[in-house]
Design a protein around this ligand. Structure first.
Ligand code: ASP
Length: 346
């Protein structure tokens, strides 16, 4: 039931934000969510109804798996009508994968789902966790004319609200740990939260919310490098269970011109493997027509990932394969923006 107060469901999956140093080993380990909340008495000052759900046990995000994404979808679906927005506390290491996956799984989302975490645990004096948590809650509850301002899956970190499926972790030290290189921030946060309505997905309340749960994880990321060996590449591409490959190429989507390499890709394509070209560069897009070294990939049947992040291309492939789309449909959908994950609208 939605009360007159804004309501937010806080889902705690784990991560540094809720960790404490083990006095014996010095390593960071998860601690209880109630203890975490004790360190943020500010939450009581919100005039919001804040409820929480805790993963038991909480997990370091390096242990994140598609089953846990499905669990998050289940929690959101179960509570969908009862809250204005959702905040997911998550380790930073794989947060961009989870945000990307959720963006595909929560079809026709009309409420904010904001992921955040921190680089320092919330119990540490200089923590970045408090501000991240408090601002994420504010964003999840934010409305204009009674409608949510950001009805999409986002990552909020430090001072940027970013589209989740455009985001990558880029720093293991600084508080400003995430970037969205190929799509500008949906809001900048300083003294004020300055939303950019033109960059935010439009609300389509008339469309029913549809949760999805399925993934096929028979995919691999193959990063190209000078000196690649035929035997190694060939055995990867011929793995019996493999259905799709993200090829992390050079520059604007280029690869070595070795005869064996192009032959292997061509044959893999003929066997039905889906090969998606994503650049190793942090910023910019794949343009296979630009150089001969890219064109040969196109001719071998490789499809463009445009300006997709690796996290987004990977989870999108898992999602599409998991839902039983045909090879032809997947090739088409990988070149189509489903939820703003690539700068291309067909
Ligand atoms: N290893 C931690 C995790 O991803 C790092 C963090 O939360 O920042 O769970």
């Amino acid at each position: 039931m939605i009360t007159k107060y804004p309501s937010v469901l806080l889902i705690y999956t784990g991560g540094t934000i809720g960790m404490i140093e083990n006095p014996e080993t010095g390593a960071l380990e998860n601690f209880n969510f109630d203890q975490l909340l004790k360190h943020v008495p500010e939450l009581k000052k919100f005039n919001y109804r804040i409820s929480s759900y805790q993963f038991d046990p909480p997990i370091d995000s390096s242990d994140m798996e598609p089953q846990a994404w499905a669990k998050l979808v289940k929690i959101i679906n179960y509570n969908y009508d009862n809250f204005d927005g959702f905040v997911i506390l998550h380790g930073t290491d794989t947060m961009a994968y989870t945000a990307s996956a959720l963006s595909f799984m929560l079809e026709n989302l009309s409420k904010p789902v904001i992921l955040t975490g921190s680089q320092l645990p919330i119990g540490v004096l200089r923590t970045d966790g408090k501000e991240n948590l408090i601002t994420a809650i504010e964003i999840a509850a934010a409305k204009i004319n009674g409608k949510p301002i950001v009805p999409e899956v986002c990552i909020f970190f430090e001072n940027h609200l970013m589209r989740g499926n455009r985001t990558t972790k880029i720093n293991a030290e600084n508080f400003n740990a995430f970037r969205s290189y190929n799509y500008p921030p949906l809001a900048r946060v300083g003294i004020h939260i300055k939303y950019e309505p033109s960059r935010i997905r439009k609300l389509h309340e008339e469309k029913p919310f549809i949760p999805h749960y399925l993934f096929d994880t028979n995919v691999v990321i193959l990063t190209l490098f000078p000196g690649m060996q035929e035997g190694v590449i060939s055995s990867i591409l011929r793995s019996p269970e493999l259905k799709a490959v993200i090829l992390k190429t050079f520059g604007s989507g280029n690869a070595p011109q070795k005869e064996w390499f192009i032959r292997e890709l061509k044959e893999a394509n003929e066997r039905g493997l889906i090969i998606v070209n994503v650049t190793q560069c942090s910023s910019g897009a794949v343009e296979m027509e630009r150089y001969g070294t890219g064109l040969q990939l196109l001719q071998a049947g490789v499809i463009s990932g445009y300006d997709s992040t690796v996290e987004s291309a990977l989870t999108k492939l898992m999602f599409l394969l998991g839902h039983g789309y045909s090879n032809k449909e997947i090739r088409y959908l990988m070149n189509t923006s489903i939820v703003g994950e690539i700068s291309r609208d067909l």
